[in-house]
Design a protein. Sequence first.
Length: 194
Amino acid sequence: MIGLGSSEAELEAFRRGLAHGQRSWVGLTLPWNTDLRGWQLGGCDLSRASLRGAKLDGATLAGCTLTEADLRKASLRGAILVRADLRGADLRGADLRAADLTKADLCEADLVACDLRGAVLEGMAVSFACKAFAGVRLDGAAVRQLYSLILLTRPDDPEVACALETLRTVLEAPFDQRVLLDDRPVDRGEVSGG
């Protein structure tokens, strides 16, 4: 390990540990732009990990604990995050296009300027702090899924009503409280484009 910086040494230890079945990586810090594309990280505990700018395209993170993880500017295109715990995670500027977030928990996650076009959001938990939605990029299907998730939780709760109104304004999406009016078909170029 002579000549390796501390974060490079931590990456090498991470690789070796994963090969030996280690799943707990609380507080892990990896170098900016670490290439983890296609890695199998399902069930890992990456709480408070720093994965800024990491390339996690196509990675399997199903069932991972990523609470309070720093994923700013990370690329998670097509990543599998089914049932992942992302509570309080920093996803500012992250690319989650076509990611599967089925039943993932994103309560209190910071989603500012994150790209969720083409992502699967079914059963995903979100918080009502809608400032976290500023600059989020969604396609028509994702807007409908997200709006429905919030609406179905507690539609008569004043916080939910406020969150829905904020979400409508921030996303500039034309829909009412019962039926989404934005029923345009999803443009495949919008999902895969940059």
